[in-house]
Design a protein around this ligand. Structure first.
Ligand code: IPE
Ligand code: IPE
Ligand code: MG
Length: 239
């Protein structure tokens, strides 16, 4: 697994799906699956340096996930708080820089404070860049970016004639990230569910049947190795 060849994906984004079904299969409540899923994250983040993944972005909660029962949403929010509290020091020690994307406005104050603190604590790290998407939706992100950009135009700070792809990308939550090279979704669903819509324009996709709580570093390493055989053309013709 060491010395992964140069052609590996620098930025991998994962839609961590299937926690609920994993729990249901065991006759347990959905939250049991979310807890099992959270434990997986650690192993996956930890193996990134070994397989040459510099940027890892994980989808933890979508702008549509508020439609779930109040008890599942509350359980997830409490899991996020506990996860940050429990893992902050280890993430720092392992050289992980953590950042969050998504709209913080709907999240509770305590959680937002923990998120801010973790970003600050790990701000000087650079071994792995972990981005956690929390209350994130691709359309919501573009709408918020356009709103901020429109304000700048209105204030006379931006010339609308000069707005291009780069300008808009600068206003997105992901302004600090390279585009994902590979997007992985677990649990057998072949859809993107509003994840990184703009950023994934030319990403490779990998849909696998494994439920997220069963996802291991060996499975991850296999997917990353498989990526190296793909021919990315970006619309051009190889000569
Ligand atoms: C993914 O697992 C985690 C979140 C969306 C928070 P799910 O909760 O969607 O699990 P399934 O898809 O119902 O099995
Ligand atoms: C996508 O999974 C969101 C996360 C993994 C956080 P969902 O389970 O919410 O997506 P759908 O509803 O199956 O499209
Ligand atoms: Mg799901």
């Amino acid at each position: 697994m060491k010395d992964f060849p140069q052609g590996g994906p620098r930025h991998v984004a994962i839609i961590m799906d299937g926690n609920g079904r994993w729990a249901q299969k065991r006759g347990k409540p959905r939250l049991f699956g979310h807890h099992a899923g959270a434990r997986r994250v650690k192993e996956i983040v930890r193996c990134c340096p070994d397989i040459g993944v510099k940027y890892l972005t994980i989808f933890a909660f979508s702008t549509e996930n508020w439609k779930r029962t109040q008890s599942e949403v509350a359980g997830l929010m409490s899991l996020f708080r506990r996860y940050i509290q429990r893992e902050a020091q280890a993430l720092f020690n392992e050289g992980v820089r953590v950042r969050f994307i998504g709209d913080r406005i709907k999240l509770d104050e305590k959680l937002v404070r923990l998120m801010d603190e973790l970003e600050l604590l790990t701000a000087d790290n650079s071994k792995v860049h972990l981005t956690i998407a929390l209350n994130y939706g691709g359309r919501d992100e573009v709408a918020r970016a356009v709103k901020r950009l429109a304000r700048e135009v209105k204030a006379g700070n931006v010339d609308p004639e000069r707005v291009n792809e780069e300008t808009l990308a600068h206003y997105l939550d992901t302004y600090f990230l390279p585009d994902p090279d590979l997007v992985v979704r677990t649990s057998g669903e072949a859809r993107i569910s509003n994840f990184l819509l703009w950023q994934s324009a030319y990403a490779e996709y990998e849909f696998i049947d494994t439920l997220w709580p069963d996802f291991t570093k060996d499975i991850f390493a296999g997917i990353v190795a498989g990526y190296g055989t793909r021919d990315r053309r970006f619309g051009a013709v190889r000569t």
